[in-house]
Design a protein around this ligand. Structure first.
Ligand SMILES: Nc1nc2c(ncn2[C@@H]2O[C@H](COP(=O)(O)OP(=O)(O)OP(=O)(O)O)[C@@H](O)[C@H]2O)c(=O)[nH]1
Ligand SMILES: [Mg+2]
Length: 284
């Protein structure tokens, strides 16, 4: 079974958990709530789903001008290797890029197409559900997340398209990354083997040795979603290298359930690894 665009939802779950979705749900007759998609133009560097949020997120002309130089700098420094692939950069990204980088963690979001990566990204960014279109290149956002201990950290997320033809590019994005978020569609049983192959392939790359992986078991709101233990088994997570710290987190990206908890774990694993690397350096 393949879920995702136009899938059958568990409406009771959503109505209880996501009051802001009720209008959407009644319009869609509680059956295929997200069948009504707002398509965004497929041109590179389009503002993607952000356009749906109105003026507060579309920069005014003066702000645009003042950001121009910063945007160019940011772009040259960080995106040059992948500019041709981009389809979701924003003014917000460029402003946030000027923040001090010592608290910023570079995190790549990977997973098969339709797993919910972009939904995760924009749920974290706007704390709202955003209708998505398949990612042709990547989306990137710097997002401040307040963790349980009230500490605010900045994650620089790179959400890369999961279609088969785009997967060879994943390794370019994981170069020097602090962490990987690997999103899995919990009802896509048929493609669990494919997800396993991709997960193991990306973690086995020598540069990714020791990089913490947060495996997001997404779409837990759907009927027939696999349990965590089933997913753990199907993804053969026990066979991941012993040097790869991982955590499996159940989520529902459309309402945001489980995302903060997952990031908390990822943050802990990243900090632990950084400490370990520092100690190893000192010993040498
Ligand atoms: N029911 C349910 N649907 C979800 C959830 N997360 C995402 N979706 C839906 O799954 C579909 C695909 O989501 P995307 O975020 O575009 O998937 P993606 O992984 O970015 O896909 P690519 O960009 O093609 O790699 C959309 O219709 C989302 O609304 C979830 O937690 N529950
Ligand atoms: Mg996407």
């Amino acid at each position: 079974m393949r879920s995702g665009r136009g899938q059958s939802l568990n409406p009771r779950f959503l109505v209880q958990k996501a009051p802001e979705l009720r209008g959407e749900l009644s319009r869609a007759d509680l059956g295929c709530a997200f069948a009504h998609r707002v398509e965004t133009p497929p041109n590179a560097f389009s503002f993607g789903p952000r356009l749906q949020f109105g003026s507060s997120l579309v920069a005014g002309s003066s702000r645009k001008r003042s950001c121009k130089a910063e945007r160019r700098k940011h772009f040259n420094l960080e995106h040059s290797f992948a500019t041709e692939m981009g389809n979701g950069l924003s003014d917000q990204t460029s402003i946030l890029s000027s923040l001090p980088s010592f608290q910023s963690f570079h995190v790549v979001i990977l997973g098969l197409d339709c797993a919910g990566k972009t939904t995760v990204l924009y749920r974290l960014q706007f704390n709202e559900f955003v209708n998505t279109v398949p990612t042709k290149g990547f989306n990137t956002e710097k997002i401040k997340v307040t963790l349980g201990n009230s500490k605010t950290v900045t994650f620089h997320f790179w959400d890369v398209g999961g279609q088969e033809k785009l997967r060879p590019l994943w390794k370019s994005y994981t170069r020097c990354t602090d962490g990987i978020v690997f999103v899995v569609d919990s009802v896509d049983i048929e493609r669990m083997e494919e997800a396993k192959t991709e997960l193991h392939k990306i973690t086995r790359i020598s540069e990714n040795q020791g990089v913490p992986v947060l495996i997001v078991a997404n779409k837990q709101d759907l009927r027939n979603s696999l349990s965590l233990s089933e997913i753990e088994k199907l993804l053969a997570m026990g066979e991941l290298s012993s040097s790869t710290p991982w955590h499996l987190q159940p989520t529902c990206a459309i309402i945001g359930d489980g995302l903060k908890e997952g990031l908390e774990k990822l943050h802990d694993m990243i900090i632990k690894r950084r400490k370990m690397l520092r100690q190893q350096k000192k010993k040498r």
